[in-house]
Structure formats: C-alpha cells, structure tokens
Design a protein around this ligand. Structure first.
Ligand code: NDP
Ligand code: 2IT
Length: 449
C-alpha cells in the first residue's frame, strides 16, 4: 500500500476512528488518499477548506427496514440502505446492490468510489450507492417482486430526477429495476422516467445501457493497449464473473478479435480453450439463471469446470476481473504477470487488492483501475438521464459511439493528469487525481455546505 504523507495520514486515521469495522470503506479511502500527496502539496486551498475530510463524510446516510412475505407466507426482514455521498457535481448517482454480504462498509466503499468515477466521466452526476443484504439466489420471481416493492416503499421518498438516481449493481438488473420503477410509479402516481436508470427499452431505458459497463471496460483496455502498439486481436482473455458486466465484456472482446478462454461465478470457474460460446452462456445465465457448471455441461467438448484454485492461474494476455471486490490478490497478480499478462482492466469495483496493484506496477503490467475502466456503465446512465429529460431516444450506434468517445476521453484525462502530477503512465494516480480535482473545485465554489 502506498505510504500516506503526514497530513493525509491524519485524515485517514480520523476515517478509521469514525467508521469502525468498515474495512472495504477504509481500503477505498486509503487507495484514493495514496494518490493525493502531490495534489495537496500543489493546492493548499483544498486543505484550508477541509475538502478531503468533507469528501470522506457522506452528505446523508439512510438505513431502513425491508419487510416482505416469502412464498410460504412467512415474514422476512432485510436491511436496506442508501448512502448519498456527494452531490457537488450533480444529483447523487450510483447503483443498488442486493447480496447477502452487503453492509454499510460495502455501500460506503462503493459510494465513495462512485464520486470520483462519476467525476471522471466529465458528466453532471454526484456519487451515491445503496443496496440490501437480501439474497436473490433461489428466490422466485414473485418473491423478488415483493422484495423490490417493499424496498421502494421506503426508498421512493429519498430519490428523484434532481435528487438521487439509483441504478443496478450486483443482484440488481433489468428485472429488479422494472419492479422498483413500477412501485415508484404506483406510489407517486407520476411517470418520472428520470428517477432510475437501467430501465427497459420500452419504458424509458437507453440503448447500450445493458452492454455499457462491459463494452466500456474493453474500450478502455483497448486504449491502454494502443499506447504499447497492441490490440485485442488474437489475444487470449480471462474474464471473471458471468453477470451483466462480464457477459458484455466477453461480447466486445470477441467483436474485437480476442478469445475469452475462462469465466466464473461464485461457485467456480470454467475454462473453455476454444473460446466461450456467448450465446450459450447468456442463455444459461440470463434466461435459466443457472451456474457456469451448467454452461460447461451444456457446452461439452473440452470445456471444464473447476471448483477450487484460482481463475487467475489460467494463462492469458489480458485479464478483466468483472465479479466483485478483492477477488484478485497479490499471488493471483504474480501468477498473471508470470504468465506474461500484458494488461488488466477492472470491470468490477475494487477487484484487485492493494498488493495485487503493487505487483502489476512492479511488473509493468498495464493496469486500468475500476473508477476509470468501468465508468462506461454510469456514463451511459447519464446518457439515459439526458434522453429522459428531453423525452428522446437515440439509436444503438449513436449511443455506442458516445460511450466509446467517453471512454477515450477518460483514458486521455488519466494519462494527462498522471503526467502533470509526476506519475507518467500511472492510471491509478491519473484516475484518482483527475476525479478528485473536479469535485474539489466544485466544492470550493459551493462554499461550506
Ligand atoms: P451481477 O450480479 O450481474 O454479476 C455478478 C457476478 O459476479 C456473478 O457472476 C456473481 O456470481 C459474481 N460474484 C458476485 N459476488 C461474488 C462473490 N462474493 N464471490 C464470487 N463471485 C461473485 O453484477 P454486475 O455484473 O452488475 O457487477 C459485477 C461487478 O461490476 C461489481 O463489482 C459491480 O459493482 C461492478 N460494476 C457494475 C456496473 C453495472 O452497471 N452493473 C457498473 C460498474 C461496475 P454468482 O452469480 O455466483 O453470485
Ligand atoms: O458501479 C457502478 O458504476 C454502477 N453500478 C452503475 C451505476 C449507475 O448509476 O449506472
């Protein structure tokens, strides 16, 4: 982990003291502060206005009970939350995660990351995140609907086109956004398309939003490869996960001439040397809501599933972690670098541990951090908000071109900022500093609020 300078160290100690036990939040704060030494040296005005201290304290945190009836008629109780972290650049914006591991420390790490990611897109969106410890696995469609309706029955009073605009994340996709939007509409008697993003195409959604995070990650990595005269063409790629981000990362890699040879879910990973059959994988994951083992069985041939060991031991040229936080550690990174991996792009939020990031830096592996590499999802959400505000809908081609331009812009901003602050080629420094300075300048302008 980078050593923090004295002033930033004090800020970090205060974050530890005020947020005990929230390990992922601590990790995310440390990662950003690790890049800000040269910024506070150059800009004493940020320290005078306590900008970093204010950024580390969410503007508002909402925690609520979510009671619902399961199919057997039993009462179930989950905890829902929404952390509205920073609205200096626009309404709070960020996804909702439904997973049993969700607690305040996860939502705060994601909300904190989201501030800088959203800033980096150059679009007018603040940062927030929400979710629940609800476990969708094994739940019927009717149970998912009742849960979403109960969740929105509390959340509706806190969100709005100009206030806070949630979207999907782990465990929240098109189906859940539909049930959430339906309940909002029923409670308020208003068709306010701009209160959620990730909607279906017939009821206010945007083309490319489903594909955006995965496609955007691949566009970003493609830009990194270009700096070394390389491309995806002919490359072997490993993608972890097999959810929304992973599926569309795989699709774009294949469109660009690469071959994805492995993917995973929480029960294991599948190696498919001939290249993942994406139509089959989508059918298994999106229609049947099955496991990667079901894919391997249906695929037959050489495809095999592994329940232990690490997907990062599968030799590849490019690695795209697209599942969850801290899924790629220092020894995984060493295995990737040892196998000649050229580039890593974080489709997920904070999938690489601090040790892993250090290994990549030492080995000269190109590393695109999540707040830059996976920003295409939220950027396309902002495009969805634009379309909702103007009651318009754009074509797939136009929207994908906008996404591609945004990802190139983010890549450029990272490189230029890294250079300006003395860390040429360091995408972590570039993303953190460029994301930070835009928010910090807005906060300075808005006064002490
Ligand atoms: P999905 O729920 O669609 O898919 C998540 C995938 O990751 C599944 O394959 C899941 O396996 C696996 N996974 C989840 N949790 C764990 C875990 N604890 N251990 C191992 N595997 C796990 O989510 P998304 O694809 O939307 O999100 C993936 C990542 O991308 C997350 O980090 C999210 O924050 C990030 N992200 C998402 C964006 C979006 O627009 N959706 C935008 C930017 C970032 P299983 O099915 O077995 O649980
Ligand atoms: O982590 C993320 O950027 C997301 N889950 C998407 C957020 C959004 O508002 O589209």
């Amino acid at each position: 982990m980078p050593v923090l300078d004295e002033k930033l160290h004090d800020v970090y100690d205060e974050v530890l003291r005020r947020n005990p036990g929230e390990l992922e939040f601590h990790q995310a704060v440390h990662e950003v502060l690790g890049s800000l030494g040269p910024v506070v040296a150059k800009h004493p005005e940020y320290a005078d206005a306590q900008i970093i201290e204010r950024l580390c304290e969410p503007e508002r945190q909402i925690i609520f009970r979510v009671p619902w009836l399961d199919d057997a008629g039993r009462v179930q109780i989950n905890r829902g939350m929404r952390v509205e972290f920073n609205s200096a650049l626009g309404p709070f914006k960020g996804g909702l995660r439904f997973h049993p591991s969700v607690y305040l420390g996860i939502v705060k790490f994601l909300g904190f990351e989201q501030i800088f990611k959203n800033s980096l897109t150059g679009m007018p969106i603040g940062g927030g995140k929400g979710g629940s410890d609800f476990d969708p696995k094994g739940r019927s469609d009717a149970e998912i609907m009742r849960f979403c309706q109960s969740f929105m029955t509390e959340l509706y009073r806190h969100i709005g086109e100009y206030t806070d605009v949630p979207a999907g994340d782990i465990g929240v996709g098109g189906r859940e956004i539909g049930y959430l939007f339906g309940q909002y509409k029923r409670i308020t008697n208003r068709y306010e398309s701009g209160i959620l993003t990730g909607k279906g195409l017939t009821w206010g959604g945007s083309q490319v939003r489903t594909e955006a995070t995965g496609y955007g990650t691949v566009f970003f990595v493609d830009e990194m490869l270009r700096t070394r005269g390389e491309s995806f063409d002919g490359k072997r790629v490993v993608v972890s996960g097999s959810g929304n981000v992973a599926l569309y990362a795989i699709e774009k890699v294949h469109q660009l001439g690469g071959t994805v040879v492995a993917c995973s879910d929480s029960s294991g990973y599948v190696v498919d040397g001939k290249g993942i059959d994406l139509d089959l994988l989508k059918e298994v994951k999106e229609v049947r809501r099955g496991r990667v083992a079901d894919y391997a069985e249906a695929r037959g041939g050489d495809a095999r599933v592994a329940a232990d060991g690490s997907i990062w031991n599968v030799p590849c040229d490019i690695a795209l972690p697209c599942a969850t936080q801290n899924e790629l550690n220092g020894s995984d990174a060493a295995a990737l670098a040892g196998n000649g991996c050229l580039a890593v792009g974080e489709g997920a939020n904070m999938p690489a541990t601090p040790d892993a990031v250090e290994v990549f830096a030492e080995a000269g592996v190109l590393f695109g951090p999540g707040k830059a590499a996976n920003a295409g999802g939220v950027a396309t959400s902002a495009l969805e908000m634009q379309q909702n505000a103007s009651r318009d809908s754009w074509t797939f081609e136009y929207t994908e071109n906008r996404l591609n331009d945004i990802m190139r812009g983010i890549h450029q901003r990272c490189l230029e900022t890294a250079e300006e602050y003395g860390s040429p080629g360091n995408y972590v420094a570039g993303a953190n500093i460029a994301g930070f300075t835009r928010v910090a300048d807005a906060m300075l302008a808005l006064g002490v609020i």
